[in-house]
Design a protein around this ligand. Structure first.
Ligand SMILES: [Zn+2]
Ligand SMILES: [Zn+2]
Length: 343
């Protein structure tokens, strides 16, 4: 085969040209004059290839430069190296060096572009800043007030869960947490998020839930927009409370959608009870009203503690294998005149 330009005999040709004539003066790789890189001023993430990403500015700038990279169709990019140099605090010059495979040749090409960092607000942040929400969870109690420690526990549980889920879907966020008489309202960016959080509370705490919708308007294409409200009512009893069951004190050790588990404070055996049964049990001591007692000594299945009320020495039964050290404190509850060890 002969090159149509220089006439040399050559093994490899592109468009009738030998490789040297083909490469001669040809620009193999181009970058645009500049690339605009959007940065959210609120969450400080960068938009690269239509995705908001948490990364350093240095990496974002180099990634952004590569989004504008174009090479001739006869070539394939084997590897690229980038180098960014700040020109001012908004503009970077990025040099790109690439190894291109053309036929059996590896050819080096070099180009550069300006990356301009532009301040913007991403969709998620603009929604969050605009107090956008699709659903409200109303956390309430069967009692008059939601106890503070339970409220804090639930809010923390919801925050942790949303934070975890937001890693895979950045449209999920908590718009607002608002204390209201009798409980707390939590506004959320997504209906399905509120639904799954409600389900979790029903299953883990034996809470009751009620869903209602209200029409808030219409979208630009005429679709009705609803906001959902999930009323989540927590029972008056909570895990850790001491309840009266068949005339004896039991600790509520677990709750589920359908019932709960009770542990006897006398022999520490566990019993499963249905939800309808728990609802009728008398609460003897709330978890928050338990006391601490100093352990004076230990002998087998009993410990001797100092009564937190009258400082007398009291023998208490303990579960087998309980790790209790002399000189330490244990939780106790007083039911009528009797003191019990609370596991
Ligand atoms: Zn040639
Ligand atoms: Zn943002």
């Amino acid at each position: 085969m002969f090159c149509v330009k220089c006439g040399r005999d050559c093994e490899e040709q592109i468009d009738g040209l030998c490789m040297e004539c083909f490469l001669d003066g040809r620009s193999l790789m181009v970058l645009p004059h500049h690339v605009d890189l959007q940065r959210c001023t609120n969450c400080e993430e960068y938009n690269i290839r239509d995705r908001w990403t948490k990364t350093t500015e240095e990496d974002a700038v180099q990634e952004a430069a590569l989004t504008g990279l174009a090479v001739i169709p006869e070539s394939q990019v084997v590897s690229v190296a980038t180098m960014a140099q700040a020109q001012d605090d908004r503009t970077y010059e990025v040099k790109v060096q690439a190894d291109l495979a053309i036929g059996s040749y590896i050819v080096q090409a070099e180009s550069s572009t300006l990356v301009r960092v532009k301040n913007n607000v991403c969709k998620r942040c603009s929604r969050q800043l605009g107090n956008y929400y699709e659903a409200t969870m109303q956390i309430r109690s069967g009692e008059k007030d939601l106890p503070d420690d339970l409220r804090d526990e639930i809010v923390r549980r919801i925050r942790d869960s949303v934070e975890l889920q937001a890693k895979n879907n950045r449209q999920l966020f908590i718009t607002k947490v608002q204390e209201v008489p009798g409980g707390v309202d939590i506004m959320l960016s997504s209906i399905s998020l509120a639904r799954s959080l409600t389900k979790d509370l029903v299953e883990s705490y034996g809470a009751e839930s009620k869903e209602s919708a209200s029409l808030v308007g219409q979208s630009s294409d005429g679709i009705d927009i609803y906001r959902l409200t999930y009323l989540v009512r927590f029972p008056a009893y909570h895990t850790g409370d001491v309840l009266e069951y068949r005339g004896r004190p039991y600790k509520l050790t677990g709750l589920s959608k359908s019932g709960g588990k009770l542990m006897s404070l006398i022999d520490f055996r566990e019993t499963s009870v249905r939800k309808s049964e728990i609802q009728d049990l008398r609460i003897l001591v709330k978890h928050g009203d338990r006391k601490e007692a100093l352990v004076l000594s230990r002998s087998g299945k009993e410990i001797q503690v100092m009564h937190p009320g009258n400082y007398s020495t009291v023998d208490l039964r303990i579960p087998e294998g309980a790790e209790i050290a002399e000189g330490g404190n244990v939780d106790v509850v007083q039911v009528e005149d009797e003191l019990y060890y609370l596991p």
